[in-house]
Design a protein around this ligand. Structure first.
Ligand SMILES: *[C@@H]1O[C@H](CO)[C@@H](O)[C@H](O)[C@H]1NC(C)=O
Ligand SMILES: *[C@@H]1O[C@H](CO)[C@@H](O)[C@H](O)[C@H]1NC(C)=O
Ligand SMILES: *[C@@H]1O[C@H](CO)[C@@H](O)[C@H](O)[C@H]1NC(C)=O
Ligand SMILES: *[C@@H]1O[C@H](CO)[C@@H](O)[C@H](O)[C@H]1NC(C)=O
Ligand SMILES: *[C@@H]1O[C@H](CO)[C@@H](O)[C@H](O)[C@H]1NC(C)=O
Ligand SMILES: *[C@@H]1O[C@H](CO)[C@@H](O)[C@H](O)[C@H]1NC(C)=O
Ligand SMILES: *[C@@H]1O[C@H](CO)[C@@H](O)[C@H](O)[C@H]1NC(C)=O
Ligand SMILES: *[C@@H]1O[C@H](CO)[C@@H](O)[C@H](O)[C@H]1NC(C)=O
Length: 538
């Protein structure tokens, strides 16, 4: 691979603390995404943070270091942080650059988040725990506050602030994107508006291309970065990306914000992969409109992506919330539905990403409401059912990876179901049953013996509730649920004694209920019993 030359050079020179992480290295991990300004403060203080103010609230890299136990104890082994470089200062028409997406000088760090030593300490603290660091980077634009908002003609910007270029000839001529069906317009015109123009870097200029490639190579090496999330990837010509990704020499996942698989697909050949927006939209729509949500649209989108993406969907970033989209609970608060949606990234082909705060039940709507300060939750780990849920989902995925060496390279398959409010997703040794029916629904899944998932009379465990069920003599399975909860089933034989999942279930008899080791898991079981959840076999 192209990575090896750099990796071995670094080893010889003794400069790199870890080898460059490839897409394959990332597939067995799961990512916790933070908005650096909103996650934690290094000094442990807990200032108020009104998201509507669109202002810095005080989170920083030392804060992330101080809360790595919190992240790691949920089972995450990678952290995606906000862009790190110096941003436009002061207040713009859209507030302050607390999110980090308004780069001004790519050769300098955002001092609101800490010093170079703090960032290096974060990388070192992660690596000491065998965790990866993913850094968000913006290549498409730089931002200058117009000196006169009624006059944003190109000559009025102070280009000396926009480093390392410093001149107007580094940018495409000014035009705001007006036609998303015209790719040249998308790539060469500007994002933003007259209130806050995002100056579109001329990535057709070979001097600038070289500068960007050298910059990313140095950045990855300087801060021991293991992976990059690439902002606004579709706003730069596709053939810019291969040399950039090669110089980065780590896994790169591009933001290609689009619902269309065919549009996103080519970016999976020029970058490590993409954030799987098409499936995200399918999942969001299917689970936030009651039973009229289209569950088969999810299957259709995933199958298209598996067919059209380079490496199928194995390398995609799989998510259901992020800093740009409303949180699930801003639309739907039924906890059964929320748990179904949250299961999605963990039972599917891609690399799971959880957006900070979902585990605490945060409900913020559109930007800026969805960027709540996590410290206001007190980092509570005791009374948060969704935190328990995601911890179990992480453990289930890890268990599936260790139980079947093909898990990470076998495409998820949909087993057709009679009830349109359900999905059955097979990824051996995991079978996931989802429904958008909600907490008072009664639904049934039928898994035929032809699915070849289980043997006859085999004990199968729902690792979310620790309920067990036994297959029929031909290996078929019929499962009902009256509380609309998701189920992640695995053969009892695939649950190791050393694993954390349903410790005693692998030895329990069919139909027996067994409590999880932790109290919150027990509550899930009890809730299931109280609401009349039943599991039966055909
Ligand atoms: C904690 O850090 C924040 C942000 O750097 C600072 O504003 C605040 O004064 C500090 N609080 C204490 C108690 O040191
Ligand atoms: C701002 O721009 C407007 C429109 O060109 C102009 O009329 C005005 O005088 C400018 N204000 C300043 C302070 O330069
Ligand atoms: C390309 O970018 C460099 C660096 O900003 C600049 O000096 C040069 O004039 C640009 N070339 C063209 C043709 O715009
Ligand atoms: C597409 O956009 C570019 C850049 O704005 C423009 O020059 C070109 O005329 C547009 N093409 C069409 C067919 O509209
Ligand atoms: C890295 O970037 C340099 C500078 O643009 C370029 O010449 C080189 O081809 C790139 N490396 C790879 C492997 O693409
Ligand atoms: C649901 O999605 C499928 C696949 O995209 C589509 O064929 C079907 O028409 C959709 N159903 C409804 C009711 O919109
Ligand atoms: C179902 O969810 C709704 C919406 O959150 C809630 O009001 C209701 O109490 C829940 N019912 C049960 C039985 O949990
Ligand atoms: C492992 O996964 C492969 C591919 O899906 C499947 O054929 C095989 O039966 C699985 N083995 C076990 C023990 O689940």
């Amino acid at each position: 691979m192209k990575y090896s030359a750099l990796a071995s050079t670094s080893l010889l020179l003794g400069t790199a603390s870890v080898l460059a992480a490839s897409a394959d290295d990332w597939t067995r991990r799961s990512i916790y995404q933070v908005v650096t300004d909103r996650f934690a403060l290094g000094n442990g203080s807990s200032p108020p943070c009104n998201t509507d103010n669109r202002a810095y609230c005080g989170g920083n890299w030392q804060g992330i270091i101080s809360k790595l136990d919190y992240i790691q104890q949920m089972g995450f082994d990678a952290v995606w942080i906000s862009p790190i470089v110096e941003n436009i200062q002061g207040r713009t028409s859209e507030g302050e650059a607390y999110h980090g997406y308004w780069s001004q000088n790519i050769n300098s760090l955002n001092s609101n988040f800490g010093s170079a030593n703090d960032l290096k300490a974060l990388a070192a603290a992660l690596h000491a725990r065998s965790m990866f660091l993913m850094v968000d980077v913006v290549v498409n634009h730089l931002v200058a506050n117009p000196t006169n908002t009624s006059d944003i003609s190109p000559e009025t910007f102070d280009y000396s602030l926009l480093q390392p270029f410093g001149g107007q000839n580094a940018f495409h001529s000014q035009c705001f994107i007006s036609d998303y069906t015209n790719q040249t317009n998308v790539e060469q015109c500007w994002l933003g508006d007259s209130g806050l123009p995002l100056l579109d870097i001329d990535t057709e200029n070979s001097t600038i291309v070289d500068t960007m490639n050298t910059w990313i190579k140095d950045l990855v090496s300087e801060y021991s970065i293991d992976g990059l999330r690439i902002d606004t990837a579709k706003h730069i010509r596709q053939d810019f990306w291969p040399a950039f990704a090669a110089n980065a020499s780590v896994y790169t996942v591009g933001e290609v914000l689009i619902g269309d698989v065919t549009y996103a697909a080519p970016y999976t050949s020029v970058l490590g992969s993409v954030l799987d927006y098409p499936t995200y939209y399918g999942v969001y729509n299917a689970f936030t409109s009651g039973t009229s949500g289209n569950m088969s649209a999810i299957a259709s989108l995933v199958t298209q992506a598996q067919d059209q993406y380079n490496h199928g969907t194995f390398y995609v970033g799989s998510f259901v919330e992020n800093q740009d989209n409303p949180r699930i609970q801003s639309t739907v608060t039924d906890q059964s539905i929320v748990k179904n949606v949250m299961a999605w990234p963990f039972i599917n082909d891609g690399i799971p990403i959880l957006y900070y705060g979902q585990e605490q039940g945060y409900q913020g709507g559109n930007d800026p409401s969805n960027r709540e300060a996590l410290w206001l939750s007190g980092f509570d780990t005791e009374n948060k059912p969704l935190l328990t849920h995601v911890t179990t989902l992480n453990a289930a995925r890890k268990q599936a990876i260790s139980a079947n060496s093909s898990f990470l390279t076998t495409k998820a398959k949909f087993i057709s179901q009679p009830d349109s409010s359900t999905l059955a997703i097979s990824k051996p040794p995991m079978l996931t049953l989802l429904t958008n029916g909600g907490n008072s629904s009664s639904v049934k899944w039928s898994i035929p013996s032809s699915a070849n998932l289980f043997s006859g009379s085999e004990t199968v465990v729902d690792v979310l509730s620790c309920n067990t069920v036994t297959t029929a003599s031909d290996g078929s399975l019929s499962v009902t649920a009256s509380s609309g909860l998701p189920q992640v089933l695995m053969p009892a034989s695939a649950l190791s004694e050393s694993g954390s999942l349903c410790k005693s279930s692998s030895r329990s008899k069919s139909g027996a209920l067994s409590a999880k080791a932790d109290g919150a898991g027990l509550l899930v079981v009890l809730a299931g019993m109280i609401s009349g959840m039943t599991m039966a076999f055909a």
